[in-house]
Design a protein around this ligand. Structure first.
Ligand code: ZN
Ligand code: ZN
Length: 498
């Protein structure tokens, strides 16, 4: 869009005569907020949609004239979609400042060659002439809910300690890392903190890198907060314009939020793609109010965060034991020689084969993790000779869901998998092994997560985890040490039996 700057106001070109000179918004100088006109009565629907958001004109189901009226009365602000600081262009929605991630197109809106951000194009194009629109008028009166949590479960001792820390962080608007081992039961740890926030009229967001998790968490939270409207946000969800006290969102969808939340809970900080994607990290930051609390949840913080915890530079709490009070299974390292070379001759190392045969004989379901799809496809027919129902699964597998379900239904004795099943899935009674744990794809966090698949159920708290390798790596040792340290801490604190 093009604007003229007249009497201290931005005026969109469509309201003006052709002869008035206009500029794309990125070249306008004074984008100051208009003074708030208290006698203006804003459109409540527009207010609901815009509060805590940063949206493009096309995303707002109101006319430009109406938006402009709110702007002139100080209820709405136009920000530049792309900002230039000297040399660098920075996308204000996604934080992109990589010159390779911008392109130029002949733009119908400003009738110029217009630069746009390629990085967040999937959420609608932001170019030099695109305003980002946000609400600057008064907030909606938030409803106070008096202790809306309806939950009769009990927390383990470890969960209880963490839960209290979460409540304090919410009250004091602090940041807190909850470092909870796989199977500790981290969702329940959040309930009291969310309850505290909602009782104080705060707006809460649970953000996670994965849509699956949004879909899984939403009914659970609706069940324990039955009075609270909950918005579930992921690509294509219908709650896009729902202004709810509790939002459960993919980190991706947070790109549309701006200073919205008093409490942000970020699940699986270490998980792909959040851990490597600066855009998503920027989105989470932008979605917080300046004075807000941030709760990070993970079973496997990265090395930097682990160090910060050790040296007292990060506010954190650990849950070192599972809710069922059994220690975490510790990985066993087994050298299996040059297994890739063997595989070229359509053979598997003897000790790997024995591991498989033993599980088949004793009817113990198992997961076998393999570093690459191609290798997995070579292994599958070899193993199917031992049992025709052995299956494999990977991220792009069209039958992924069905195969995981077959494993759940105990129809699959052994499932070969890439790292996609490293987290988020629970099979009650399994052993697990990694073939080629020396491969770089198996990061410390991946290995800890894989080990965390074993022994999760209270009925079957034991299981074995084996790393078959062709040369032990530092990463493998770090992963094992992390697990051992948690078990030691759990014993010291009396959180495991036996
Ligand atoms: Zn343009
Ligand atoms: Zn962008």
């Amino acid at each position: 869009m093009r604007f003229a700057f007249i009497e201290n106001k931005l005026i969109p070109s469509y309201c003006l005569k052709k002869s008035v000179s206009t500029l794309p918004i990125s070249r306008c100088k004074n984008l100051q907020l208009q003074p708030l006109n208290p006698s203006f009565s804003p459109n409540e629907e527009l207010q609901k949609i815009l509060i805590g958001k940063q949206l493009l004109i096309d995303e707002i189901p109101f006319t430009i004239a109406e938006i402009q009226e709110h702007y002139e009365n100080g209820y709405v602000m136009y920000r530049k979609g792309l900002e230039t600081n000297g040399k660098l262009t920075i996308c204000q929605r996604c934080g992109n400042n990589d010159p390779r991630m911008f392109a130029v197109f002949p733009c119908a809106r400003c009738q110029e060659e217009c630069t746009y951000c390629r990085n967040c194009i999937m959420m609608g194009r932001i170019s030099e002439c695109t305003p980002l629109i946000n609400w600057t008028g008064p907030n909606i009166k938030t409803k106070l809910y008096e202790s809306p949590l309806v939950w009769t479960g009990t927390l383990s001792e470890g969960q209880q300690t963490a839960s209290e820390k979460v409540v304090t962080a919410v009250q004091k608007n602090e940041d807190l890392l909850v470092w909870a081992v796989c199977g500790a039961g981290k969702t329940e740890v959040l309930f009291a903190g969310i309850n505290e926030a909602l009782s104080a009229g705060k707006r809460v967001c649970i953000a996670t890198p994965r849509t699956d998790v949004v879909l899984e968490l939403t009914p659970r939270l609706k069940a324990v907060f039955p009075e609270i409207p909950v918005a579930a946000l992921y690509g294509g969800s219908e709650d896009r314009h729902l202004n709810a006290p509790l939002t459960i969102s993919t980190t991706h969808q947070l790109l549309r939020f701006y200073k919205a939340f008093d409490t942000v809970i970020l699940d699986e900080v270490d998980a792909f793609p959040y851990s490597v994607d600066k855009t998503l990290q920027y989105a989470v930051k932008q979605s917080r109010k300046p004075d807000s609390s941030m709760i990070y949840l993970t079973a496997t913080p990265n090395e930097k965060w682990q160090r910060e915890c050790r040296f007292g530079k990060r506010n954190f709490v650990t849950i070192p034991a599972r809710y069922h009070r059994h220690p975490l299974p510790v990985p066993e390292f087994v050298w299996c020689g040059n297994w890739q070379k063997q595989l070229q001759k359509n053979r598997l190392p003897d000790n790997v084969l024995r591991w498989i045969e033993k599980r088949l004989q004793s009817n113990k379901q198992s997961l076998l993790f393999v570093p690459q799809i191609e290798l997995m496809e070579k292994i599958l027919p070899l193993l199917q000779k031992l049992h025709p129902d052995i299956q494999s699964v990977h991220a792009e597998d069209p039958e992924r869901k069905e195969k995981v379900q077959a494993m759940r239904n105990q129809k699959t004795p052994i499932l070969l998998t890439t790292t996609i099943l490293e987290r988020g899935v629970t099979f009650p009674n399994i052993d697990a092994a990694v073939l080629g744990s020396e491969d770089r794809i198996f990061t410390e966090s991946a290995l800890v997560q894989i080990a965390g698949r074993v022994g999760r159920s209270a009925d079957y708290p034991n299981g074995t985890i084996t790393f078959f390798h062709y040369g032990k790596t530092k990463t493998m040792v770090k992963a094992r040490n992390q697990i051992i340290r948690m078990n030691i801490e759990a014993r010291k604190k009396g959180l495991v039996d036996g």
